[in-house]
Design a protein around this ligand. Structure first.
Ligand SMILES: Nc1ncnc2c1ncn2[C@@H]1O[C@H](COP(=O)(O)OP(=O)(O)OP(=O)(O)O)[C@@H](O)[C@H]1O
Length: 342
């Protein structure tokens, strides 16, 4: 927290005495930095942090828990905040984190008030040393809900949105372990998703600084063009994490999960349903009891992951196709799909 507070500039000129106002969408617009301080009891509890922001526990309407995401104060990061705000103002989906309010000084400082997700992020749930193991049923449900959120931004929003940073730490979990996609700070909207980022060196055709290790589509690294199937690649890696309980990238061993899983993935793609059960189970998270995991469901999850991380982006399935495959092959998901299409 200390680091964050050093970075934020508390500019008195940005503080006005205007009262918060509730906009048409039901989102509250806070006009004063004092309101932000009050919401977080003066930034007293840090609950998460990312590359560009710190997330504090907040109280919304005096009592309900909420999370306040404060972007580091700078002119360039203000654009990241504004992008995330504009996107969240447009989105309403049960598997996408809900925006409750925001503060925007129109120059450098911005904060997003979000619904609070008490179970934290999926990365911590899967890879922390906690004894609590996420059951198989929750893992398949999370995969399905995540792909529904992706389908929503890809297919049901005009203009379309490419999230650009699908990874397990951007998947939050509510009290029932239902998933909510968050962090739209790397998103690309409409035609901007086709534009090469400025970090692209035209001579070497190498993107200098993009993506999260272990999750970034190699095709994006080569071309710098953010397409929907880049999100499907990140999704495929998250499915591999759900299956194996292994991290997408182990800094300790310098190892990527996609490389560890590559031999099995190749076999899955070659032989699909005929692959030997023992072989498939080799990648399964050893913390899951063998008989708690149906072999056909496991094969379906692996098959989906394999197709999503495939080398040829144009052959990757769409989010809608993955959602359909999952519901057709994992019976416990069929009742969830009844509420689809929000
Ligand atoms: N609404 C929320 N409820 C509970 N925890 C949250 C919430 N939003 C974020 N967090 C926590 O804070 C972490 C960082 O959030 P987020 O990914 O939005 O920040 P970021 O700065 O955009 O990160 P990145 O470095 O990935 O760009 C999450 O992984 C999660 O642990």
């Amino acid at each position: 927290m200390a680091c964050f507070l050093n970075c934020v500039r508390f500019d008195v000129s940005t503080t006005t005495t205007d009262k918060p106002r509730i906009e048409g969408s039901g989102v509250t617009c806070y006009n004063s930095w004092d309101d932000v301080e009050t919401l977080t009891s003066n930034f007293s509890r840090l609950i998460g942090s990312g590359g560009y922001s710190s997330i504090y526990m907040a109280r919304f309407s005096g009592s309900d828990k909420a999370a306040l995401k404060v972007h580091v104060s700078s002119h360039s990061l203000y654009q990241v905040f504004r992008l995330e705000l504009d996107i969240l103002l447009r989105l309403q989906h049960p598997n996408i984190v809900k925006l409750l309010g925001y503060f925007d000084d129109s120059e450098e400082n911005g904060a997003l008030l979000l619904e609070y997700l008490p179970q934290g992020n999926l990365q911590e749930k899967l890879h922390s040393s906690s004894k609590q193991v996420l059951p198989w049923r929750n893992r398949t449900t999370i995969a399905f809900q995540l792909v529904q959120a992706i389908e929503h931004i890809h297919e049901k929003c005009t203009p379309q949105i490419v999230h650009g940073d699908i990874k397990s730490s951007n998947v939050l979990l509510d009290k029932n372990f239902d998933c909510k996609l968050c962090d739209f700070g790397s998103a690309k909207v409409g035609f901007s998703s086709m534009v090469q980022p400025p970090t692209m060196s035209t001579r070497s055709r190498q993107v200098k600084m993009v993506g999260s290790p272990g999750y970034t589509d190699p095709h994006y690294l080569k071309t710098g063009i953010a397409l929907k199937n880049m999100d499907m690649y990140g999704f495929g890696v998250v499915v591999l994490e759900l299956v194996s309980g292994k991290e997408a990238f182990s800094a300790e061993r310098g190892e990527m999960l996609v490389h560890i899983a590559a031999p099995l993935i190749r076999e899955v793609l070659d032989s699909s349903v005929n692959i030997a059960e023992d072989k498939v189970r080799q990648l399964l998270d050893p913390r899951l009891a063998r008989d708690s995991v149906d072999i056909d469901e496991l094969k379906t999850m692996l098959n989906v992951a394999a197709l999503c991380i495939g080398n040829s982006p144009s052959l990757r399935p769409s989010a809608a196709q993955v959602a359909e495959t999952l519901t057709q092959n994992i019976p416990s998901l069929s009742f969830l799909s009844c509420g689809k299409g929000i």
